[in-house]
Ligand binder design. Structure first.
Ligand code: HEC
Length: 204
């Protein structure tokens, strides 16, 4: 008979431990008989540490550590800014190759919205996306190069356009800015841009 009671107690405990007290919520820590390695003697990122004097688990790089890979030492080239202000000009070689590369990247990443001509009439405009910036008009024609670069990296001010940090390298971003400048020039050209030789025979 003793065994029957013991087995009954065992069955009840087993049933409760498997099924639990269903539906009851508790703010207390669960009873951990087997903690399944929930708690490991390791530091999580940004944990506190009683071991290090400054109280941080994350250690600073040792003095003299040199950044590699994506590090860009030229602040203007990296951010488009000189101090707090957007800078003008290009920190890359401005030549035909850069323009070609900029055109290619622009056509891949920007045309769906801004259109091949930069006027905001891309495919997405046809599908009903509104208020896409016309990059060939003010204020974009007046913006310093560094500001256009900044929006390419970080996205637009209103957050309606994402940044292209991951998609475009530092060099490529500047090449896209270069191509945007070319689109602006093309959209705002006038007869006065023509050389006398060009004008010849056009009856101008
Ligand atoms: C998914 C659509 C989309 C794509 C792709 C896109 N843009 Fe935009 N972009 C927008 C919209 C919409 C705005 C206007 C939103 C706003 O004013 O915040 C905008 C605004 C801008 C602005 C002005 C930002 C501001 O805050 O005034 C610049 C510069 C710009 N885009 C450049 C680019 C370049 C260069 C690319 C390609 C690398 C690109 N965009 C790709 C949708 C897009």
């Amino acid at each position: 008979m003793r065994y029957v009671y013991l087995i009954l107690i065992f069955v009840v405990i087993a049933a409760v431990s498997v099924l639990g007290f269903r539906g009851t919520k508790s703010t207390k820590n669960p009873l951990e008989i087997f903690d399944d390695m929930d708690h490991m003697p390791k530091y999580q990122p940004q944990d506190e540490s009683a071991f290090f004097a400054d109280g941080r688990t994350d250690r600073l790089p040792v003095p003299g550590t040199v950044a590699r890979g994506t590090f860009e030492p030229d602040a203007f080239k990296a951010s488009g800014k000189n101090g707090d202000a957007y800078g003008s000009g290009f920190p890359i070689a401005v030549d035909n190759a850069a323009m070609k590369r900029g055109e290619e990247r622009y056509n891949i990443y920007c045309t769906p919205c801004h259109g091949a001509a930069g006027d905001g009439q891309g495919r997405l405009a046809a599908y009903g996306m509104t208020a896409i910036a016309n990059l060939t008009a003010a204020p974009y024609t007046e913006m310093p190069e560094g500001e256009i670069y900044h929006y390419i990296v970080n996205g637009s001010r209103s957050g309606r356009m994402y940044g292209y940090k991951e998609k475009l390298s530092v060099e490529d971003r500047w090449k896209v800015v270069l191509y945007v400048r070319a689109l602006q020039r093309a959209a705002n050209g006038s007869v006065n841009d023509l050389t006398p030789a060009d004008k010849e025979g056009l009856g101008l």
